[in-house]
Ligand binder design. Sequence first.
Ligand code: SAM
Ligand code: DTB
Ligand code: SF4
Length: 322
Amino acid sequence: MQKPRVWNRTQIAEIYHQPLLELVYQAAQIHREFHKPSEVQVCTLQSIKTGGCAEDCGYCSQSVHHQASVERQKLLDVDKVLALAKEAKAGGSTRFCMGAAGREVRDDPDFERILEMVKGVSGMGLEVCCTLGMLEEEQAKKLKSAGLYAYNHNLDTGEKYYSKVTSTRSYQERLDTIDSVGKAGISLCCGGILGMGETVEDRIDLLYTLSSLSPAPESVPVNALVPIEGTPMADMGRVDIWDLVRMIATARICIPTAMVRLSAGRESLSDLEQAFCFMAGANSIFSGDKLLTTPGAGREEDLRVFTLLGLRPRQPYLGEKM
Ligand code: SAM
Ligand code: DTB
Ligand code: SF4
């Protein structure tokens, strides 16, 4: 297996702009070198605290600055979350990702409760991931001790476009949290969103930043914007499928060891479009009928696509503890 290499921005742009089929072919080759091409990791996403967020991320249904009709939900109970994780495991998921609305983690009883959730879910032999906003190194260490496997903290887009997406936090703050996650020895899940009005240059900037992170992200979610009524991005059209394929393929080539997760927006892709994304190196999905606040494709539908394309869910590799 080739060692992952370091790319400069020009090289990433050259990869991205290759003739499409050449790009997909190259990505498929790298995919086969670093991963089993028929295996897809199935993950479950669970919102553990919903809505009422003080940040103003333009795509998000959970911000108090927007008028999206999302019902607020305080932090769920530990037992409820553990029951949902058990269900997810029984349904074939090997990773359970808990998402909470909010700018940052605070040292309060809610955080203690989240630590309990992490302990419980990791005790089930599931990879446990959290996305809770900004995090200090000490908090990251506590999550690590509780058994956290990965932390999701997206850069969303390139640095230059970031202020058009969110005004209440900076790119540097995102990078600082990413740094704390790395220092605590937690693997990083970090990616972005396509279709927020950004240019190809912004996407290449994002890929360059992601591929330069050290350690490299273990997982790179590629989201296609789900336009949500009441948010400033409600009227953005659907992102071009070939842009999505190019992004996935370039991420696969430049960060070959990462799980490239075909995330939000998958539910509106046709079988053919999803097939192209898997061909281009996507090897993970969120399964089930709900993402955080928007509908998912549904487990039956996911299984149908897997059968159609000859894909199989990746087996858990973490030790069974329960
Ligand atoms: N509050 C935390 C934070 O901002 O990091 C975690 C939750 S946030 C909802 C997780 C990620 O979901 C965002 O960084 C964004 O990339 C993605 N996301 C949220 N809403 C989306 C949408 N409407 N379409 C596509 N991706 C979305
Ligand atoms: C990520 O990059 N995508 C997931 C996960 N990380 C947390 C979130 C998608 C959210 C889609 C919009 C919603 O359901 O509210
Ligand atoms: Fe809040 Fe996260 Fe939504 Fe931004 S993406 S508004 S921080 S929940």
